[in-house]
Write a protein of this length. Structure first.
Length: 386
């Protein structure tokens, strides 16, 4: 490897995004944000870095191992590069927009950076796009969040979309109600995470039959909800089961073509959530397109228990893998000797133009060399295929 190539190397997990993918991603992000804005969500823009003390405390402690740190030469305090944007939006809602009327609908888009990738995402920098609906505890808010996420992805061209619904508090309530010793309860939760029916039966105690049924019948919504109705649930879990049932019914009625599954024992990745959650997938695409759910917002900044909230985050890199390749842009080469008003006229008509900067003896050949699809010649736009 020569010296130039060595100096151009990037750290593992970081990459340049080149044309046309970079433009395609930027356009997709703006289409998603426009979809959110059309339904009343207003955009906020948190900073890339914050004080470590505010970003990585409270609920943010879980992200501390994933965060790059650096010393601020101005304040002499430690800073952290954001590994996730959700907590930043919660801070904005609790502090900067504390007096704004509720429910508060916020949207965001930006890059996050993490110390290490994982099995599903080796990159250490990726984009997040999302919304937060803060100050609403009704089932209608849950429905809005799920339909908003699914609708946005369908609008930008994601195919074979599916939504997996879950309520992590269901299994947790059943386990707590069983009064199992702490070690056994932990073992049971790990067995549920692994979807290990034998281990659930062994460690479940008085909860084994109920949890085993919920585990077996997860998947198809009709079977899952029938199993849920057959289980004796603690009061808190009964409320969550009713909410889940209502959301499934509305999704089927409003978007019957949307594939919906129900996981009655899922908890991984939803540890701080307090109710209905959902994950978005596209068949044939590795990893999650996004995930979201109900939680308490702002307790780390405003004190108390926080506000009821729901929302979701979409992952730009996975979303782009689920989209068709970008269409070839219609780009017209306008030779140097063309009248000055030609380029402006073509752009008004919807063309993208590329102006010649030197006289070219063969405008067709020059247009092809520069990657154009058309050339302005003989007072008209000519396709290079002609």
């Amino acid at each position: 490897m020569n010296d130039l190539a060595r100096r151009a190397l990037l750290p593992a997990g970081f990459a340049d995004l080149l044309p046309p993918e970079a433009g395609h991603e930027a356009a997709t992000v703006e289409r998603l944000m426009a979809h959110f804005a059309a339904q009343g969500y207003v955009r906020v823009k948190p900073p890339l870095v914050e004080f470590e003390q505010s970003l990585l405390t409270g609920s943010g402690q879980a992200m501390a191992p994933h965060s790059f740190r650096l010393m601020d030469p101005v304040s002499q305090r430690m800073l952290a590069l954001r590994p996730d944007m959700t907590l930043q939006v919660a801070r904005i809602a609790a502090v900067r927009l504390a007096n704004a009327p509720r429910p508060l609908r916020l949207s965001y888009a930006g890059q996050v950076v993490r110390v290490m990738g994982d099995a599903l995402r080796s990159t250490r920098q990726f984009g997040q796009i999302g919304v937060e609906l803060i100050g609403a505890s009704t089932v209608e808010a849950d429905i809005e969040a799920v339909l908003l996420a699914a609708g946005a992805l369908l609008e930008v061209g994601v195919e074979r979309l599916s939504v997996d619904l879950s309520s992590p508090t269901l299994a947790a309530s059943i386990i707590d109600d069983a009064g199992l010793p702490a070690a056994q309860a932990k073992q049971l939760r790990e067995a549920l995470d692994r979807k290990d029916a034998a281990a659930v039966a062994s460690a479940g105690g008085s909860a084994a039959a109920s949890l085993g049924l919920l585990l077996r019948e997860s998947g198809d919504p009709t079977r899952a909800l029938a199993a849920l109705a057959a289980v004796a649930l603690p009061p808190r879990a009964a409320d969550d089961a009713d909410r889940l049932t209502r959301v499934v019914g509305v999704l089927r009625a409003r978007n019957p073509g949307l594939a919906v599954t129900v996981d009655l024992v899922e908890n991984r990745g939803f540890e701080y959530h307090t109710g209905l959650c959902f994950t978005l997938f596209s068949r044939g695409v590795r990893g999650e397109l996004g995930r979201g759910g109900r939680y308490l917002a702002g307790a780390d900044f405003a004190g108390g228990e926080g506000e009821p909230a729901t929302g979701f985050t979409l992952y730009t890199d996975t979303v782009m893998h689920a989209l068709p390749a970008p269409e070839v842009r219609r780009l017209v080469y306008v030779p140097l000797e063309s009248p000055a008003e030609i380029g402006a006229r073509l752009r008004r008509e919807g063309w993208a133009t590329l102006a010649g900067l030197t006289a070219a003896p063969d405008s067709r050949a020059e247009a092809r060399r520069l990657g154009c699809t058309h050339v302005w010649r003989d007072d008209r736009v000519i396709a290079l295929k002609e």
